[in-house]
Design a protein around this ligand. Structure first.
Ligand SMILES: Nc1ncnc2c1ncn2[C@@H]1O[C@H](COP(=O)(O)OP(=O)(O)OP(=O)(O)O)[C@@H](O)[C@H]1O
Ligand SMILES: [Mg+2]
Length: 366
């Protein structure tokens, strides 16, 4: 295939497969690799297009054979069920075009319906979060200014008591409560000045968080931490302190959930992996990504807060402020990443997906 044509196919976000005259797959672009969660070498290693399609769709298989005939027309099929691996199904729209030249075969384009829906949902959720966060930030600003005044006035009162010294208890309450509110407001506003990004290994950040967590529980926790790292992961450009905070917030939540539910044999698995193939995050396609998954075997996220989990002030804990996840999400977003969550009783997974910048892939320009 000509280099230009190949580059164009590679840059498409639609999955494209080319077959020969026997429907054997001879080319797959990166979007196909991602959609089918299969490496290009596996896709082009002897598989036929019909091997990917659910066997119940017999008429579709017949149409593919027909489309191979000389001068045949292409066709479109909606809602096609693809089964790349047993137990994995993907619903797609399929566009078939016949090509002939030196050889003859089919061009198959797949538009995943679930995947598209997921991207739309991600984007809608993101704009909701941004709107909620802007609202909270402006409210927090409004609260912060008069708060300073209230605290200052209480201090002045204290200084000018003279014979009313017994009133100190009241002014102390005002000062203490103003400080508490200020702390809350500062957390709501988030880090004021983000640190510059530096090249850092994600495992260094995770290890730092685990040692902090260990210090917090003074080694008294019976939670088993299982590390499953991919040591070959490249360094990422990170705001190290902020990333530490984001991961700490997620791990602390898991620790709280496990302790509060008194889960038997509590465990937290921390896994790092490289994303196979390119990844689209917030509408931008990245050549690769690092995935950090934090999985606990606790009670699961309470049903009533699942939809709004990442919103500020959403909490199920009496002592909680409902800020941990909202802050974590803000931090991951600043790294152009994404946090996903799957939760059921006995298994909650938070997945942090951090894209590799294009110019940072394997340390080379791409
Ligand atoms: N691993 C988990 N298992 C079960 N529930 C979880 C888990 N992680 C988060 N949650 C739920 O999500 C809620 C929101 O978490 P978030 O970290 O935003 O706030 P918080 O932990 O309640 O308070 P804060 O972090 O501000 O002290 C928690 O109250 C809890 O109900
Ligand atoms: Mg929390």
């Amino acid at each position: 295939m000509q280099a230009d044509a190949k580059a164009i196919l590679e840059s498409l976000s639609t999955a494209v497969l080319l077959t020969d005259h026997n429907l054997k797959i001879v080319y797959a672009n990166t979007a196909a690799e991602q959609l089918f969660s299969m490496s290009i070498s596996k896709l082009t290693g002897g598989l036929k297009l019909t091997d990917l399609i659910d066997k119940s769709q017999k008429s579709l298989t017949d149409s593919l054979q027909q489309a191979l005939k000389p001068h045949a027309q292409g066709f479109n099929a909606s809602n096609v069920l693809i089964i790349p691996e047993p137990h994995q199904t993907i619903r797609t729209d399929l566009y078939i075009t016949h090509y002939s030249g030196k050889g003859r075969g089919l061009i198959a384009e797949f538009k995943a319906l679930d995947y598209q829906q997921k991207i739309n949902q991600e984007m809608a959720l993101r704009s909701q979060h941004l709107a909620a966060r802007d609202l909270i930030r402006s409210l927090a600003h409004e609260i912060k200014n008069p708060l300073g005044g209230i605290r200052g006035a209480a201090q002045l009162l204290e200084m000018s008591y003279g014979k009313y010294e017994h009133l100190t208890d009241y002014t102390q309450v005002i000062i203490e409560q103003s400080d508490r509110l200020k702390n809350l407001v500062d957390r709501l506003l988030g880090p004021q000045r983000p640190n510059p990004l530096t090249s850092c290994n994600i495992h260094y950040v995770i290890e730092k968080v685990l040692s902090l967590e260990d210090m917090a529980t003074r080694g008294n926790s019976d939670i088993r931490f299982i590390k499953d790292y991919d040591p070959s992961l490249p360094d990422l450009l990170l705001d190290v302190d902020a990333m530490q905070q984001a991961i700490l917030n997620i791990i602390s939540n898991a620790v709280h959930a496990l302790s509060e539910a008194k889960t038997a044999h509590p465990q937290i698995i921390i896994q790092t992996r490289a994303q196979l193939g390119s990844r689209i995050i917030n509408g931008i396609k990245y050549p690769s990504a690092t995935i950090v998954s934090i999985t606990d075997n606790g009670p699961g996220i309470p049903e009533n807060i699942r939809e709004t989990l990442f919103y500020p002030m959403v909490t199920s804990r009496p002592q909680g402020h409902g800020l941990g996840l909202s802050i974590a999400q803000g931090i991951i977003e600043r790294h152009n990443g994404l946090i996903e969550c799957d939760s059921e009783k006995g298994r909650t997974v938070f997945r942090i997906i951090l894209p590799l910048r294009k110019d940072k892939l394997a340390g080379k320009e791409v």
